[in-house]
Design a protein around this ligand. Sequence first.
Ligand code: NAD
Length: 487
Amino acid sequence: MKAQPQASHFIDGEYVEDTDGTVIESIYPATGEVIARLHAATPQIIEKAIASAKRAQKEWASWSPAARGRVLKKAAEIMRERNRELSELETLDTGKPIQETIVADPSSGADSFEFFGGIIATAMNGSQIPLGGDWAYTKRVPLGVVVGIGAWNYPQQIACWKGAPALAAGNAMVFKPSEVTPLGALKIAEILIEAGAPKGVYNVIQGDRETGPLLVSHPDVAKVSLTGSVPTGRKVAGAAASQLKHVTMELGGKSPLVVFDDADVDSAISGAMLGNFYSTGQVCSNGTRVFVHKAIKETFLTRLKARTEAIVIGDPQDEATQMGPMVSLAQREKVLSYIDKGKAEGATLVTGGGIPNSVTGEGFYIQPTVFADVTDDMTIAREEIFGPVMCVLDFEDEAEVIERANATEFGLSAGVFTADFSRAHRVVDQLEAGTLWINTYNLCPVEIPFGGSKQSGFGRENSAAALEHYSELKTVYVGMGKCEAPY
Ligand code: NAD
C-alpha cells in the first residue's frame, strides 16, 4: 500500500503495533483507494503511551529551556529539508493539492517549532516580588502530560501547533490524529526523535471517537487540547472539567466577512475566495457568511462567479491543480445535503452546486459553490458546512451588519474589507470573534494568537500567548525573619 507506515503508533521513540485494535483505513480522497491500514489504540497502547510520556516529561522538564529550544529548532530544520516528502504525504492523507501543501502545511508546522524553539529561552522567566523584608518569586512550570486531539483538515499543522508550545514549555505529549487522516503526525514524532528529543516526549497513537475519551479521562493527563467540532468540544471539555483538567478548545465557526461599498472589490473577492475555497473549504476560520453592501452586489457577484468557475479542480498531485477533493465521502455527502437545503430554502445558486463533470473516477470532488440572496434564517447561513460553499448576504447599514454578523453562537473569526480605516477599526471592535482580519482573510502566521470566543472555544494557539495555556505559575513566598503566630 502506497503510504503504509511501519506501524500504527509511535511510542517511546519507536513504532509500535497492536493488531487487536479496530482497523482504521486511510483512504486517498482523490481516488477512494485504501492507501494504508492502521489500528486504533487498545487500552494497553494508551497505557504504554501515557506511561512513556509521564516518564519522559520529568527528564525533559529538567533541561534548560534553551536546550529544549535547540531540539525544536532542529526539528523545524528537518521539516523544511523534507518539505516535499511531507507535503506529498499530507496530500495523500487529505486530498489537498500539492500546490497548497507545499506552502501551507509542513511549512507552518516548521514555523511553529522554530518560533517556540526560539522564544522559549526567555519565555519561561518568572518574576520577583518585593514585600518589604520578605519577598516572593514566581516560576512558570509545565503542566505534565498533555493530550492533543486533532481534526482532519490540517493534520500535520495541528500536530505541530499543539506539540511545539507544549514541548517548549516542558510538557510531554500524547497526540491522537483524526481517524480520517492518521499518517502525518507519525512523521512529526519521528522527526522530533531525530532532532534529539528524549524518547516518549512526543508520542502518537491512532484512534477514533471511542479512543479519545480514554485519553481525556486518564488520571495521569493534566491537559487536553482539542481541535474539532463544537459538539465534540462540549463532550471533551465536559469530561475534562469533571476532573478539573486544563483545556484548549479550537472549535468550529460560521464567521462573517463584511464587504463595504468603498472596498477594493477584487481584493474583497480574493479574500472571500481564500476564506471559502482554500483546502476545498475545509478551514475552521472560513468567512462563510459574506455580507456584501447592496451598492456593489452585482459587480461582486459577476466577478466572483467568473473567478470561481476558473478554479482548476483535479488531481491533487498535479502542481497546476488549485482545488482537490473533499477529505471523505461522508463529508462530501454532508456538504451536498447543505447545498440541497440552500436551494430548497430559496437561496439563489450563482455557481457550482454539485459534483464537477471535469473529473472522473471515485474521488470525493465537489464544485466550489456560491449562493446569493441568502438570509440570516436559512440553514446554510446558520450552520457550519465545512466545505466550499460561500453564502452571500446583502446589507445596507453598518450597525445592521454588525448586529447580524454577531447573531451566531460561534465566534471564531471575522473579516472586514473597506477603504475607510476608522470604520475598519470601529467595526472589528464590535465583531465578536477571536481572530479578525482587515482587508485580508485567513492569514495565520505563528507570531499572532489564534483561537475562538463564544462557542468556538477558548485558549489560544500560536504566539507567546500559547505558552500560558501549556504552563502554570508557581508562587514561592520567602520568609526572611522569624515566623510569628498568634497562639
Ligand atoms: P470532530 O469533532 O468530529 O473530531 C475531532 C477529533 O476529536 C477527532 O480526532 C476525533 O476522533 C476526536 N473525538 C471525537 N469524539 C471525541 C470524544 N468524545 N472524546 C475525545 N475525542 C473525540 O471534528 P472533525 O470532523 O475531525 O473536524 C472538523 C471540525 O474541526 C470542524 O468543526 C472545524 O471547524 C473544526 N476545526 C477547528 C479548528 C480551530 O482551530 N478552531 C481547526 C480545524 C478544524
